[in-house]
Design a protein around this ligand. Structure first.
Ligand code: ACO
Length: 381
């Protein structure tokens, strides 16, 4: 194996064959099982989209009703898991809490063998269902509030909002949250999905597989960028300050990376960013546009002139934070919402990986020493 074989970040290296989602990064196209994401965000609901991703086909009316019912039953968590979450330090990050909680959830439902398709589907439904409950539980308990049980009369998106805020969302807010979950549900071979496939390929339990994917998603170069975008907009502070802020950053470092811009695959504006921006426009049509949204618009305008030639445009994280903030969601819960949606994609890949599994074990280009001498400790300085 030679240096020429090495592709940093595995760029353009196919890691698997998959039928789950398709991206055309030059035409801003993203499809789940052949259906454009824009259509799903408008016409579908998260439950139906999750079924589509994991099963490969749109459900019949009965299949969707059964799946929805199963999610409603599996959404509640054991009281001892609530006790575990109550013990987490309040200043821990919600992504750390989510990763620990999903692992702990697995201890209540031991899943040692992944060769049983019925048990695997059951676990996939339980994980999908429990994600909003786990995120909301920590969001409340760290504020000293009671953890709320999910309500059987509310769907996935509405339940999440209810479990965080203790009140039902308006229909418009429910629709926005639901669309956000759909937009984040799947994105082929991104870092966290690759992580899920690698962990899944060892035949690890699904709870461990999803816990490792959550860790991967948390980084600021991946899902953690939505939180970073909002912090950046807050730091910029005003539309007038966008240009001086950008000029200042570029003067210090010409390679300065603006959070929420750029993507390995998209060389045009991410189609999910376009849908999120439409959602934002719709939400703000009735009210005045929030300052952070105006700042984001100006930042997009200015950066297009600077980075556009390199194909660096807004990605999914650029506008999601502004939308979540306007719903009253705390900044550090943005990435956990991404995880609630993406769980469907991770689980779809886990199920696909198990079908004809081969453990991931790539190669490396060794650049270290060989046959080095061991010097006893007492002879070392
Ligand atoms: N701001 C300014 N320039 C950028 C940005 C950015 N956000 N992203 C990429 N570029 C430039 C790079 O400097 C580089 O320029 P060069 O060719 O002159 O050296 C070129 O575009 C290619 O960038 P890479 O870093 O090599 O692209 P890579 O595919 O490795 O990284 C990534 C993609 C991590 C998303 C990157 O664009 C980035 O760091 N963006 C900011 C963080 C972010 O928004 N992450 C969320 C991604 S979407 C998601 O995970 C959900």
């Amino acid at each position: 194996m030679s240096e020429q074989d090495f592709k940093p970040g595995l760029e353009d290296v196919p890691a698997t064959k998959s039928a789950i989602s398709f991206i055309d990064g030059k035409r801003a196209k993203l499809e789940y099982r052949g259906i454009p994401v824009e259509v799903l965000a408008t016409e579908s609901c998260f439950e139906e989209t999750a079924y589509l991703l994991m099963k490969g086909e749109l459900p019949t009316q009965k299949q969707l009703a059964d799946f929805d019912q199963d999610l409603r039953q599996k959404r509640a968590i054991h009281y001892r898991l609530k006790d575990i979450i109550k013990c987490f330090p309040a200043n821990g990050h919600p992504m750390e809490a989510l990763q620990a909680s999903i692992s702990a959830l697995g201890m209540f439902y031991p899943h040692r063998h992944v060769t049983d398709a019925a048990k695997n589907w059951d676990a996939a439904c339980r994980i999908t269902a429990a994600m909003p409950t786990l995120v909301a539980a920590f969001a409340r308990t760290r504020r000293g509030e009671e953890i709320l049980d999910p309500r059987p009369d509310l769907d996935h998106a509405a339940n999440f909002y209810y479990m965080v805020f203790g009140k039902e969302p308006t229909p418009a807010t429910r629709k926005v949250l639901d669309a956000c979950l759909i937009l984040h549900a799947e994105h082929e071979m991104n870092a966290s999905t690759f992580t899920a496939r690698v962990t899944g390929s060892t035949l690890a339990a699904p709870y461990q597989t999803i816990a490792s994917a959550i860790g991967s998603l948390s980084g600021p170069l991946h899902g953690g960028a939505n939180e970073e975008v909002l912090l950046m907009l807050e730091q910029i502070g005003s539309v007038e300050n966008v240009k001086p802020w950008l000029d200042g950053k570029l003067a210090k470092d010409p390679k300065f990376k603006v959070m929420g811009l750029g993507h390995r695959v998209y060389k045009v504006k991410d189609p999910r960013a376009t849908v999120l921006q439409e959602l934002a426009e719709h939400m703000f049509a009735e009210t005045s546009r929030p300052k952070n949204y105006e700042i984001a618009l100006e930042l997009e305008r200015l950066t297009a002139g600077i980075y556009g030639a390199k194909g660096v445009y807004p990605n999914v994280d650029f506008y999601s934070g502004v939308v979540y903030q306007s719903l009253g969601i705390p900044t550090d819960v943005f990435t956990p919402i991404f995880a609630i949606g993406r769980a469907a994609g991770w689980l779809a890949h886990w199920l696909e990986q198990l079908n004809g599994n081969r453990i991931y074990r790539p190669a490396q280009i060794f650049v270290g020493k060989v046959d080095a001498q061991y010097v006893p400790l007492e002879k070392r300085p």
